[in-house]
Design a protein around this ligand. Structure first.
Ligand code: ADP
Length: 260
């Protein structure tokens, strides 16, 4: 709470009283903390690959490059870390673009099944690599007013996570059903699951249940924050349910007709 006070003096210099203005700044303080956390996280996330690239390059220049085996190994690490940096910068630019005023969706009437097919084409290599099978249960012709490219992006994110956090030879189910004036799209996996206590923070930027595992799988920790942004920009919602060792379901609800 911030408090300001000022005396009120009448026309003839007589004392009339005091005006007190009180501002509840709890929300402002919270926003400032979120901003500071974000800057600290970005710095940390950027510094990690840069430090690694710098270290390996220096070691190579100090003589390690004369051993062909070492040279190849180190160059591969440098390439992997550069790719990671690239991905992180892309995701950060994407998020800041979405948060900027003027961000808009390209609405059109789209078929949910076609969006799923496009997202599956993009992720098919990863499904095959882990031998994960896919079950697609989309009700009839679900036509909604939405931005197709953005929904494909949402689905690719959710499917990539479902694959990354599942063991080989498991199953992912995508279902799409109409419910009132919304469509509900569920992505269910048979993966490692998430503790109940972690669920409320899952959509925060850079929040990861297991940092090392996410990093190994190439995650930036920004995927679900981007997904939530895109769904909410459509006037929809996203929720998650999970049981450790059983699996996770992400449920998206989208209005069938564009909300004005
Ligand atoms: P990341 O790039 O780390 O995957 P996300 O924002 O996409 O970042 O996800 C945040 C965290 O949520 C992940 O690090 C992971 O711990 C957890 N997570 C997301 N999807 C799943 C899933 N399907 N199963 C288990 N954990 C998940």
């Amino acid at each position: 709470m911030s408090v300001y006070g000022a005396p009120v003096i009448g026309l003839h210099g007589n004392w009339l009283g005091i005006v007190v203005v009180m501002h509840d700044i709890t929300e402002l303080v919270h926003l400032e903390e979120v901003r500071k956390d974000f800057v600290a996280n970005v710095s940390h996330e950027l510094r990690t690959p840069v430090t690694s690239i710098k270290g390996f390059t220096e070691t190579l220049l100090d003589g390690a490059m004369n051993e062909p085996e070492v040279l190849k190994d180190f160059l591969e690490i440098i390439q992997k870390e550069s790719d990671r940096l690239h991905l992180l910068i892309d995701d950060l630019l994407e998020l800041s673009g979405m948060e900027r005023e003027g961000f808009s969706l390209q609405y059109a009437f789209i078929n949910v099944k076609e969006v799923m097919d496009d997202a599956l084409k993009i992720t098919s290599g990863n499904f095959e690599r882990k031998g994960i099978s896919l079950v697609l249960e989309i009700q009839g012709d679900l036509i909604i007013e939405a931005d197709a490219d953005r929904l494909i992006q949402v689905m690719v994110n959710l499917l990539s996570n479902a694959i990354n956090y599942s063991k080989e030879q498991t199953k992912v189910i995508i279902s799409g059903t109409k419910s009132g004036s919304n469509v509900a799209i569920d992505v269910t996996d048979e993966g490692i699951g998430i503790e109940q206590s972690q669920l409320p923070r899952l959509f925060e930027r850079f929040y990861r249940v297991d940092r090392a595992r996410s990093r190994d799988s190439g995650g930036t920790g920004l995927g679900l924050a981007i997904v939530k942004h895109l769904i909410e920009a459509h006037g929809g919602t996203i929720d998650v349910e999970s049981t450790i060792g059983v699996g996770t379901t992400f449920r998206i609800q989208l209005p069938i007709r564009k909300k004005i």
